[in-house]
Design a protein. Structure first.
Ligand SMILES: [Mn+2]
Length: 463
């Protein structure tokens, strides 16, 4: 946890921004898996963490913009809890750590919510149910009643990372880097993908925190969020690994590397890997305050198409291909997203409010609709840059049958790539006054460096 004044200052600023009414921030509770006392990995709500910093389950905070009063609601543990879980600080002791000096039992919440109440859209049914009870509104009205003023105020604060936050994020990214190097050194042919996932999780937990999201690791890297880990790795396969750590305070890292199961990429893999790497570097070079991230995404698309034209998978003019959307045969998702207390920062508040604004709406067309961040970059934003090439056989079949973008896509050659898989390279950056800075220590990324790590781990000399 940061020092109390960080949280006091954040709440003061939030009160000023929202202006009037009561701000209600719900913490999370334990959540059962298959019977009541067998719980999922517990995670506190990120906005609650941002304004109160307390990771304990079962707490609720209110901030009264008019009277200035701040209260944390929660129930003290009984001896029955203590027998099983050990003693815990009192609610008042927890509250004092973030500079709140009034606490009340949970039963007092409903009567404390008089007049205008600002709350965030709940992403857990339990919190939706609580809001419904406390506010006397039907369940199906709760999401619609979320406060746009509160969402906008929180986005306008959490988007700009302070020095102490950057230190935490960098800690998370450094553990993330270790997870990637660990995976890259550990993988061998004949292994189950799950064995590498286990190695990654071990490094994340040894770092003191946990994963910032379930590990994406597969030889079928074309499946964007692949959580199936049952394949046996063969020579000639590539492994796409997208994983990140979060610190005990909840700050996230998020990186992707793609590497060969053998000690070298095949010729085809090398060619497409280099295109993704060139695209990654072109996007990074464009990062600067004031540029629309949507334009960086489109620039990445153009770089990607130019590379694909060179290997013969695409044809025509790159600019026209991207305007037409032909590049989404290979790059179906967005270039990146905000990162902070959530790996997709503040996504629960709504992508339109986080990645876009009143003058830029999120697109609904294939490809761009998956771009989570489109608006102008600003100093102190933390973002990911993660271009990729994904060869999706079902998409090839569908578009080919429609003759879609046939002026830009060489379907005859593409047919021979159907078992190729996918490549993604992802790193995390903070936007600075004049450009950007890579967060965390560098991890092998060029073809040579990746092959070097693989060759060393397989006990081979590398020329
Ligand atoms: Mn990411």
């Amino acid at each position: 946890m940061f020092a109390p004044h960080t949280y006091i200052e954040r709440r003061k600023k939030l009160k000023e921004k929202v202006g009037t009414g009561i701000i209600l921030l719900l913490g999370n509770e334990e959540s059962s898996i298959n019977f009541k006392d067998n719980w999922y990995h517990y995670r506190q709500d990120s906005s609650f963490l941002y304004y109160f910093g307390i990771t304990h389950p079962g707490l609720t905070g209110i901030i009264n913009c008019d009277s200035g009063e701040e209260i944390i609601f929660g129930d003290e543990l009984t001896i029955d809890h203590i027998v099983w879980s050990g003693s815990q600080p009192t609610i008042a002791q927890l509250a004092s750590k973030c500079g709140v000096n009034k606490t009340l039992p949970t039963s007092k919440i409903a009567s404390s919510l008089k007049g205008l109440v600002h709350y965030l859209p709940p992403y857990r049914t339990k919190n939706q149910w609580k809001l419904s009870e406390w506010l006397g509104s039907p369940m199906n009205f709760i999401s619609k009643g979320a406060s746009i003023e509160l969402i906008k105020a929180i986005v306008s604060m959490r988007s700009y990372k302070t020095a102490e936050e950057l230190t935490e994020i960098e800690k998370a990214v450094n553990i993330t880097a270790d997870m990637h190097l660990g995976a890259m050194r550990y993988a061998k042919k004949g292994m189950l993908e799950a064995e590498i996932v286990g190695k990654i999780q071990q490094i994340a937990i040894s770092g003191g925190g946990n994963l910032s999201f379930p590990v994406i690791l597969s030889k079928d890297g074309q499946i964007l969020h692949n959580h199936y880990h049952g394949n046996v790795l063969q020579e000639g396969d590539m492994i796409l690994c997208d994983t990140g750590a979060e610190t005990t305070m909840g700050y996230a890292g998020d990186m992707t590397r793609t590497f060969p199961v053998g000690h070298e990429f095949t010729q085809r893999q090398k060619e497409l890997y280099q295109i993704v790497l060139d695209t990654h570097e072109a996007a990074i070079a464009a990062l600067t305050p004031g540029i629309q991230y949507k334009d960086v995404h489109l620039l990445a698309g153009k770089t990607l198409v130019n590379g694909l034209i060179e290997v013969g998978l695409m044809k025509g003019n790159a600019e026209e291909a991207v305007s037409a959307g032909a590049h989404t045969m290979f790059f179906q998702c967005g270039l990146g997203h905000m990162m902070g207390l959530d790996v997709h920062d503040m996504e629960d508040l709504g992508e339109q409010y986080v990645g876009y604004n009143d003058s830029l709406n999120k697109s609904t067309i294939f490809g761009l609709k998956s771009l989570r961040l489109g608006k102008k970059l600003e100093k102190d934003f933390v973002i990911t840059v993660e271009p990729g090439i994904y060869i999706i056989p079902e998409l090839i079949d569908m578009w080919k049958a429609e003759n879609k973008h046939a002026e830009f896509i060489n379907y005859d050659l593409l047919e021979t790539y159907k078992d190729f898989g996918g490549i993604r390279i992802e790193e995390d950056f903070v936007i600075t006054e004049s450009g950007s800075r890579l967060l965390g220590k560098p991890v092998a990324k060029t073809i040579n460096d990746v092959e070097q790590v693989r060759a060393e781990s397989l006990g081979l000399m590398h020329e």
